[in-house]
Design a protein around this ligand. Structure first.
Ligand code: ADP
Length: 480
């Protein structure tokens, strides 16, 4: 089975969040199910700088207004089709935002172009290779199935995965001519969305199947509270809606071999974590004492509940815990967290920025990771926490609900608990959960049991990749 995956970010080439981890890990996990994936992504400067021996596979003289070339490269086990279109992607800012943090004004054209290139490859324009299935990710790639519907192409089934329905790619109707779609594409059954144009909405209507990254989130987005205005559109696709929880790359995230982890360990040598813990204390300027270190590795946003952390910081310290916070995001939240650190030297440390190696070391050394998300399609940091014996303390929502087993009385007695869940997602809910965690921490036997059970959890891609492979097979034309 041949799959064309279309994604705006792919680890290790470029990453702003969990989407990149998934787009980078799933193709590798799918290999053992006989699925061969090529991944189409934009040629951002960071990508163009590291790729080696590119082979030109396709040229567009005019891809929605810019010339573009598709380059095929092999990179760390991935087969990548880089859309080299300097007019769209050769910019000094990030993938979506300029250097001042503003959306690029032509994001609609940049990602419609990516999607159109995907549709052209699906149609067989690239010599010698045509996919059996197209798998698109989020609004940036969602227009692929829209173009596939309106451009005269052979029928190729498509799957759209929604990693976060909060990001929808909505634009004014005036962009319609620039998309080069037929006028009838502007309909409620396609891209039209309340007199505007919705890229994700168009993908949800035109893809053959829709998946989200956890079963709980698939249920939640049917409701107004989580559907962000698209709940009706999701409901219209309920027969083709699937929730498949993300896995993690268990080779990259392995505490026994992780190259950035100072002292390696397994479930039977958890004591080794102490040295990593000491490095974390040094980095974040925390006291070297027996108080547990709770960490946060996150975008600093309202979705992630970071305002609740800022509002609870004094009480968390009072309860006897220390906080190590790594993240970046809203300037106001960064400010409140830095202020909390200034109030509690040695007890709260904050590092603003994106630091991939530090995110690994924190999982390998901190005692628990706190994830108070208001909504969480899947979440990856709790999975890394499980794998590294860093106990997840999570809001009971979306993928957090599906992957962490709360240490309630029955689960503790049955020795199946792996973390702590809480709801409602409020300051008092969060503080109650942390109090429970600190109480469990006082009994090191119980805490170690939680760590060991978490490390036994199956957080690999194995089962989920099998489910994607089964979904592809159910959609692919017979005989494939
Ligand atoms: P989302 O994609 O919504 O941001 P996820 O939990 O699905 O949330 O994925 C976040 C990913 O980004 C994880 O791999 C996490 O380790 C990583 N991450 C988040 N913030 C940082 C940071 N400041 N430095 C390093 N890695 C980070």
């Amino acid at each position: 089975m041949k799959v064309l995956s279309v994604s705006s970010e792919v680890f290790p080439l470029i990453k702003t969040g969990g989407l990149a981890d998934v787009a980078g890990a799933l193709p590798i996990a799918l290999k053992r199910f006989g699925v061969e994936t090529k991944t189409l992504m934009p040629g951002y400067p960071a990508v163009m700088k590291v790729i080696r021996d590119p082979v030109v596979r396709l040229r567009f003289d005019d891809l929605l207004g810019e010339p573009a070339t598709v380059l095929e490269v092999h990179h760390e086990g991935l087969d990548i089709l880089v859309l080299d279109a300097p007019g769209y992607y050769d910019r000094p800012g990030g993938p979506y935002l300029d250097q001042t943090g503003k959306d690029y004004p032509d994001n609609w054209r940049r990602f419609a172009a990516l999607s159109l290139a995907g549709a052209e490859i699906a149609a067989g324009l690239m010599p010698g290779w045509r996919p059996d299935i197209v798998h698109t990710h989020d609004w940036q790639a969602a227009m692929t199935s829209v173009y596939m519907r309106y451009y005269p192409t052979p029928e190729v089934p498509s799957v759209l995965t929604v990693h976060n329905i909060a990001f929808q790619g909505q634009f004014g109707a005036e962009i319609l001519p620039g998309l080069r779609l037929p006028p009838h594409a502007y309909s409620t059954e396609s891209i039209e969305y309340y007199n505007n144009i919705g890229f994700l909405k168009g993908g949800l209507k035109t893809a053959h199947a829709v998946t989200t990254v956890s079963p709980s989130y698939a249920q939640e987005i049917l409701e107004a509270e989580f559907g962000m205005g698209l709940e009706g559109v999701i409901a219209s696709r309920i027969d083709s809606l699937h929730g498949i929880v993300n896995g993690i790359d268990a080779d990259i995230w392995n505490p026994a071999t992780d190259p950035v982890v100072h002292t390696h360990y397994t479930a039977t040598s958890l004591k080794n974590r102490a040295e990593n813990r000491a490095s974390i204390a040094d980095f974040f300027g925390l006291h070297h004492d027996s108080a547990p270190i709770l960490c946060i590795i996150s975008r600093l946003t309202w979705q992630k509940g970071m305002d609740l952390i800022a509002a609870s910081a004094d009480e968390i310290v009072e309860m006897g815990a220390k906080l190590a916070i790594l993240g970046s995001g809203d300037a106001a939240l960064e400010g409140s967290l830095l202020a909390a650190a200034a109030r509690h030297p040695g007890r709260i440390g904050v590092s603003i920025g994106y630091n991939e190696p530090m995110s690994h070391l924190m999982q390998a050394g901190c005692d628990a990771i706190v994830i108070p998300s208001r909504f969480e399609p899947c979440g990856l940091t709790q999975l890394y926490g499980l794998r590294y014996g860093c106990i997840p303390i999570v809001a009971r929502t979306g993928g957090l609900n599906d992957t962490v087993i709360d240490a309630n009385h029955a689960a503790l007695a049955a020795k199946v608990a792996t973390g702590i869940q809480f709801s409602p997602v409020t300051k008092s809910g969060l503080l109650h959960a942390i109090r429970r965690a600190l109480h469990l921490y006082t009994d090191q036997k119980v805490w170690t049991q939680l760590q060991k059970q978490g490390m036994k959890s199956d957080v690999s891609w194995e089962k989920s990749a099998e489910r994607y492979a089964a979904l592809y097979s159910s959609l692919a034309p017979k005989g494939k």
